[in-house]
Design a protein around this ligand. Structure first.
Ligand code: FRU
Length: 434
């Protein structure tokens, strides 16, 4: 059983997949290479939770078994229909394997198709008899790429099902939209793109919060300073016309997270109907050589005054109620620091520095990230409007700073935090026993 953060079970994990409240529990699948701490031929791992706080790992749900997914089961989503869980994902087939590591492909040359698999109970998956290719590899170059079209997210519209995938044409990232009446037969509707916004868009998501459309995706080649990473998830207001499949993306965008490492967020409706979103924290190195990759804490998406908020999920917030006086009293699920910063003030949590200068919050992980010069070490929020209240969730390898209950969030991976906290005054909490 894991608490608060879902971490790779002794292997490699990346994107959250198939996130859904289904038959009385949350299911969170994830990209997984179960044999090592490095990315390889992708499987879907599976974890379940009653409350988004305590997670139980259920092992591998999807594995390569068909021609179209022989080289990996890439990211995708889940919906419930007629009581059955339906999973949509991208199957990849390497044109040529790397002879030195057959779990990688040579020259980034592979073929992608969109597949579906169903389950009666969300726990057992018949990888041999129950997979269907629902969208074959794209062969129309003006529509999308046969290689880089992936990560289907499916949702129920007014009277049909809709799917968005990420893709690229002429080195410009785009979204492709499809429609279906029965979840098996899909027809292409339309695309959306934005100038100078990365060469390929991964892991798209579209949902409404109180009637306002929001699109989230992870553009690759977005930052051009030569540092890791060159990609970061973005979100923006949008509207989607179901009859034409045309999506209008707003000119302005927000980063999903102002920190340095979160990627590939995926959302679902929680059991109360709130929009909850979770993302992968990319890690440059396995911890103790044992595991690589973890999920951030789930966040609730809200919209106020034309701004998208990412609040810590109330179940997480309400768990951190046991007052402690030192980080050494917390267990491996971490602790939460509450503080408020005056202009020029800072707090140093085990070597990780959070500072306020005027109307921005800055973070610096230089002392707790080893000698990794090719990575960004500092981050900052845009101008803040609502105050300087911080709720900081601290795990040994991920620090998530919620500014004003999610006006902005800064999350960064760290290694080797100490137990000392200095600087501004604070209160400390660890999760209560459940
Ligand atoms: C994003 C991503 C997805 C893809 C998956 C493969 O991190 O590259 O686009 O489906 O990871 O593991």
């Amino acid at each position: 059983m894991q608490k608060i953060h879902l971490k790779a079970p002794n292997c490699w994990i990346n994107d959250p997949n198939g996130f859904i409240w289904y038959k009385g529990q949350y299911h969170l699948f994830y990209q997984c290479f179960p044999y090592s701490v490095q990315w390889g031929r992708m499987h879907w791992g599976h974890a379940v939770s009653q409350d988004l706080v305590n997670w139980e790992d259920k092992g591998i749900a999807l594995y390569p078994s068909k021609k179209h997914d022989r080289s990996g089961c890439f990211s995708g989503s889940a919906i419930e229909h007629n009581g059955k869980m339906h999973i949509f994902y991208t199957g990849v087939n390497y044109t040529e394997e790397d002879p030195e590591n057959i779990n990688h492909c040579l020259n980034d040359d592979f073929i992608s198709a969109q597949l579906m698999i169903t389950s009666e109970n969300g726990m057992t998956f018949d990888n041999v008899s129950d997979k269907k290719t629902i969208i074959p590899p794209i062969d129309e170059k003006t529509v999308g790429s046969m290689t880089h079209t992936r990560d289907p997210k499916v949702w129920r519209g007014k009277d049909a099902w809709y799917m968005v995938t990420g893709s690229t044409v002429d080195m410009t990232g785009r979204l492709l939209f499809y429609k279906s009446d029965d979840l098996e037969n899909w027809s292409y509707l339309n695309y959306a793109e934005k100038e100078n916004f990365g060469w390929m868009w991964e892991c798209p998501d579209y949902f409404e919060v109180n009637g306002t459309g929001i699109t989230v995706f992870s553009p690759m080649g977005f930052f051009k300073d030569g540092k890791e990473y060159d990609s970061a998830p973005v979100c923006m207001f949008s509207s989607f016309d179901e009859s034409t499949g045309k999506m209008e993306l707003s000119e302005n965008y927000q980063l999903f997270d102002c920190g340095l490492d979160l990627y590939a967020p995926q959302s679902t409706a929680d059991m109360e109907g709130n929009r909850v979103i979770i993302a992968w924290a990319r890690m440059p190195e396995a911890v103790n050589g044992e595991w690589n990759g973890m999920m951030c804490i789930p966040r609730v998406v809200e919209v106020k005054n034309n701004h998208i908020y990412f609040r810590p999920h109330p179940n997480i917030k309400n768990s951190f109620t046991k007052e402690i006086t030192s980080p050494s009293q917390a267990d491996s699920s971490g602790f939460m620091v509450k503080t408020s910063l005056h202009n020029g003030e800072s707090i140093n949590i085990g070597g990780y520095i959070i500072r306020r200068e005027q109307d921005r919050i800055y973070t610096d992980r230089s002392a707790v990230f080893g000698d990794r010069d090719n990575f960004r070490l500092t981050a900052e929020t845009p101008l803040i409007h609502e105050g300087y209240e911080l709720e900081i969730y601290v795990d040994s390898n991920l620090i998530e700073v919620f500014v004003n209950n999610g006006e902005y969030v800064l999350s960064s991976v760290v290694y080797g935090l100490s137990d000392e906290i200095t600087g501004a005054g604070y209160l400390l909490y660890s999760p209560k026993e459940v």
